[in-house]
Write a protein that binds this ligand. Structure first.
Ligand SMILES: NC(=O)c1ccc[n+]([C@@H]2O[C@H](COP(=O)([O-])OP(=O)(O)OC[C@H]3O[C@@H](n4cnc5c(N)ncnc54)[C@H](OP(=O)(O)O)[C@@H]3O)[C@@H](O)[C@H]2O)c1
Length: 264
């Protein structure tokens, strides 16, 4: 593991010190990116598959050999755009629509965001908490080997535990995390910082084992790449980590170091 990544995993303070080191090495040749993991022979269920992060998860999985079962509430356009995936119309608020949805799936990814500021009926308690847990029951019934949950940085901040309305989303995401853990399904929880739509691979990715609520951003495409690395590593079972973009001369360093970083 590089010195850079080892320090990143330890604390946000260490990460701040590392930025300078990365910049000082900007002229070094980073080498080619490591190959993406293969998912040949696996079927993976992606919830929120039409979303800005979920669509990258779907395309990366398909490109790396997985069969993908994909769902969200509105799938008509996605069926035309991504015919290689099996599309199912389902709403995590309606448990009946999830019945049997994970049958035959090896792993499950939850990339749904409630966005209740747009649709007040898509309440965070029903989506980010109850919805995560309802899908965990389906994953359990299907004997899925892993459930990767995209949660959020800041969920453990006490200030978020009493929030209401849209602002309660982080409180309910923490409830969802706890419910997933209690379900007994092998799981991995990723807590991205604020997400932006810059292309993935522009920056390195830092992975922190704590809920470091720092002023950083992360590309949705990079978060999808973190999901894929997580789906391919036994070492991330039971782990929770924050991820964010970090300038660096070797933007693929985190992929090479991933199994070592997440097992710390
Ligand atoms: N935005 C940020 O800065 C930020 C930061 C940290 C973490 N996150 C989290 O990262 C995850 C991905 O975010 P994103 O911005 O990529 O999401 P997004 O683009 O808003 O996509 C949300 C996806 O969830 C689906 N969805 C919403 N409600 C649903 C329901 N009730 N049942 C089934 N599917 C539903 C949507 O499709 P339909 O509408 O068709 O159902 C869509 O596919 C979310 O959990 C989000 O909270 C976001």
């Amino acid at each position: 593991m590089s010195q850079l990544s080892r320090r990143l995993i330890l604390s946000g303070a260490a990460a701040a010190g590392v930025v300078g080191a990365a910049q000082a090495q900007e002229n070094r040749n980073p080498g080619p990116p490591p190959p993406m993991p293969s998912f040949a022979g696996q079927t993976i269920l992606v919830a929120g598959a039409t979303g800005r992060t979920g669509k990258f998860v779907v395309s990366m999985l398909l490109a790396n050999g997985a069969k993908v079962r994909a769902f969200s509430r509105n799938i008509d356009q996605a069926k035309k755009d991504v015919p290689k995936a099996e599309w199912i119309k389902a709403d995590v608020k309606e448990v009946a629509s999830l019945k049997g949805i994970a049958k035959g799936c090896d792993r499950v990814v939850f990339a749904i965001g409630s966005n209740s500021f747009r649709d007040p009926s898509n309440k965070p308690d029903l989506v980010d908490s109850a919805g995560v847990i309802a899908l965990a029951q389906e994953a359990k019934a299907a004997k899925a080997k892993q459930y990767v949950l995209i949660s959020s940085v800041g969920v453990t901040d006490p200030a978020n535990q009493t929030a209401t309305g849209f602002a309660a989303v982080l409180r309910y995401k923490l409830e969802g995390e706890k419910g997933l853990a209690a379900s007994g399904v092998p799981h991995t929880i990723i807590r991205p910082v604020g997400m932006w739509d810059r292309p993935g691979g522009e920056f390195n990715v830092a992975l922190l084992t704590n809920d470091a609520n720092i002023g950083a951003m992360v590309s949705r495409e990079d978060v999808a790449a973190v999901v894929l690395q997580s789906l391919a590593s036994e070492k991330v079972l039971g782990k929770t980590f924050t991820c964010f973009n970090l300038p660096g001369f070797d933007v693929h360093a985190w992929k090479r170091d991933f199994p070592k970083i997440v097992s710390l």
